[in-house]
Ligand binder design. Sequence first.
Ligand code: MEV
Length: 424
Amino acid sequence: MDTSQLAKFYKKDFQEKIQALLDAGVISKEDSQALLNESLNLEKGIGNHMIENYIGNYSLPFGLAMNFLIDDKEVVVPMAIEEPSVIAAASFAAKIISSGGGFSTAVTERTMIGQVTLKNVPNIDEAVKSVKIRTEAILQRANEAHPSIVKRGGGAKDIEIRVLDEETPTYLTIHVHVDTQEAMGANIVNTMMEGIAPYLEEVTGGTALLRILSNYTTECMATATCTIPVRKLATGDYSGEVVRDRIIEATQVARIDPYRAVTHNKGVMNGVDAVVIATGNDWRAVSAASHAYASRSGQYRSLTKWDKNDAGDLVGTLTLPMPVGAVGGSISIHPGAKLAHKILGQPTAKELERIIVSVGLAQNFAAVRALITDGIQKGHMGLHARSLAISAGATGEQVQQVADQLKKAPHMNLATAKEILEQL
Ligand code: MEV
């Protein structure tokens, strides 16, 4: 990949962007044709098979965040998102972060958790013992329920027994830890849980109430870290030290105040979800897990940490549960998802985790940096003006013309955008 071809990407028109991607080796000739022909949508025949009562496609803007350097590798990141400023902010943040060496990441083993929750267990202590001594038999039955994942090198690896006695009645939950290899693995795990439930009923004397994957994937976590030289943080009005300290303070507020934490983390998820969606993964799963993880202390807190190191530079960290896959689901079906994986160089699931968590950290940095300096509205206005122009009915070159005048107008709203368009 020759990213020099992608310099000032945002200034290029649509055709030039596609050509630059082709020249940079990010996309193939075939992909460029697909983009030029606007054929990233699902075919009707496929959509109709994917869901019940299908009536068409609902599309989102699909764009690329630039400047990401992740574990010493340049990455062009596909994002699907409707919010105007997200990709610009991610690219801006990634540029500053790359100047300090980029993102370093770490991922755990990819183990998903399945749960069988039993009720009416006559003797919980006996049942716990009984399950424990049958660990191997349970794992074997789980693997027999989904032999193909075992052939691929994965499968059920371990169990954990949990007694849920916070309320009456007491429930007994058996967790099975499953290596789902390159898949997110919901179907694999659900099949296994349904497969072992009758045996667990037999062993415990209870009744299986729930047999399903846990989306709280604490055994599949990804971390990104970055160090930003303090001098790179200076803006026209603020020194690098002031910006650094304010970012640290703002994150402290998000740690202690759930009202701020939710907004702070929403900023993280702007980036995370956009990549998860673009790559055909289940963004509800990643979101649900992330927000649960933010609450792990018993209070909802900031997902990112920002601190200074001995040199006075700003150090950021983000750890998230990351249940994404490189195969399965809509990944091999959806044309946008297929292209996203190609643009990323067909990453493994672990590589994808590393990319997504880095984008989350970049997005948070951009948002908080803007908040504690100029405020976010300044940066948003240009993009907001273009959205208003489109809503007012502007097309083609009119969009920029209306947006430019709108930015100078006393009230930036839809009515003014319509007036400007009429005058044009
Ligand atoms: C807007 O989509 C996201 C922000 O509100 C995040 C934040 O406040 O940190 C800007």
